[in-house]
Write a protein that binds this ligand. Structure first.
Ligand SMILES: [Ca+2]
Ligand SMILES: [Ca+2]
Length: 80
């Protein structure tokens, strides 16, 4: 019984986290803050993401650059 309750709590927590992350991502994409993301805003956001990942700025992403990003995400999320 307790185990099921814990699993449920974890599931809700994970979903809450995802909603939070989605909201933050949306706000980053919505450059003019009007509550809508246009195709243009989406493209600019993706370009920005690509530039952040492309550390050596050679216009392509290699496995090292992608690996580094995943490590970063983990380090940011692992605050407690
Ligand atoms: Ca907008
Ligand atoms: Ca690169």
């Amino acid at each position: 019984m307790l185990c099921v309750a814990m699993m449920f709590a974890l599931k809700v927590n994970a979903e809450g986290m995802n909603a939070q992350v989605a909201k933050v991502e949306f706000q980053k994409m919505d450059a003019d803050g009007n509550g809508f993301v246009t195709n243009d805003e989406m493209q600019k956001y993706q370009e920005q993401q690509f530039k952040e990942l492309d550390i050596d700025e050679n216009g392509v992403l290699d496995t090292q650059e992608l690996k580094r990003d995943q490590t970063d995400v983990f380090a940011k999320g692992d605050k407690n």
